[in-house]
Design a binder for this molecule. Structure first.
Ligand code: ATP
Ligand code: MG
Length: 223
């Protein structure tokens, strides 16, 4: 499902070169739930961005869903992304559109047949417990609801792989637990999950295989 071999990502900040990821290798099998743990700045977001070709590695090999990710052409990048749901660190809902529209928008962009859009949006909203908030605008949502809307948007396409970047980062414990339960339900439905968090307590509570990044290096793979 995912395979990284000796991956480096080095950012040039002016004349200085800063490695965000150093020599990272690991595999994730289909159907796994993997927690990606590391302090702020450890490289979690950078790693996820490499997987859906938002960034290119400086060096190394990346395979996701049998695609040689760095070598993809534009059309193939779109194909890859159709199979991956991403929940961004900051929810990234479009403020001028309702919850319904935020979810429907992605399906339209992905070329989903028109008649399938409404049922799929409502299936996704039901899965995250937001059916009654479909007509709300992002500014009217609590942070927990906003994160659940972002999750709905990510799963509406039935992705094979879900990349969740600190989906509970801004939430209190109760709301965080709700979001975690939803992600676990999605996983139980067969979706492979990579769940990034800087919270050691949450990483432990997830009770899943955990990859630990320290300063861009993968220092632990256990559980
Ligand atoms: N576009 C960029 N240009 C330069 N440096 C970058 C860029 N993106 C990330 N970095 C650097 O790479 C390192 C890893 O950043 P990254 O965002 O991947 O960390 P993170 O683990 O997601 O942190 P957080 O928990 O705060 O989200 C940091 O030192 C960051 O400053
Ligand atoms: Mg991050």
């Amino acid at each position: 499902m995912i395979e990284l071999h000796r991956v480096w990502k080095v950012f040039a900040v002016g004349p200085v070169k800063v490695p965000a990821l150093s020599d990272v290798s690991f595999r994730v099998a289909k159907g796994e739930f993997v927690t990606l743990h590391g302090a702020s700045g450890a490289g979690k977001t950078t790693l996820l961005r490499l997987l859906y070709r938002e960034e290119l590695p400086t060096e190394g090999e990346i395979e996701v869903l049998d695609y040689d990710v760095p070598a993809l052409r534009v059309r193939e990048v779109a194909e890859l992304r159709r199979s991956i749901g991403v929940v961004f660190q900051d929810a990234k809902l479009l403020p001028g559109r309702t919850v319904y529209e935020n979810v429907a928008f992605v399906l339209r962009v992905l070329g989903t047949p028109r008649r399938e859009i409404t049922p799929r949006v409502f299936d996704a909203l039901r899965a995250v417990g937001l059916s009654s908030r479909a007509q709300a605008y992002p500014a009217q949502l609590s942070q927990g609801e906003a994160q659940r809307a972002a999750l709905a948007r990510a799963i509406a396409r039935n992705p094979l792989l879900l990349l969740a970047d600190e989906p509970t980062g801004s939430l209190d414990d109760t709301m965080a637990a709700e979001v975690v339960d939803i992600v676990k339900d999605i996983w139980a439905g067969g979706t492979t999950v990579l769940f990034a968090t800087h919270q050691a307590r949450l990483a432990a509570a997830l009770r899943q295989r955990t990859l630990t990044l320290v300063g861009g290096r993968l220092v632990k793979d256990e559980g």
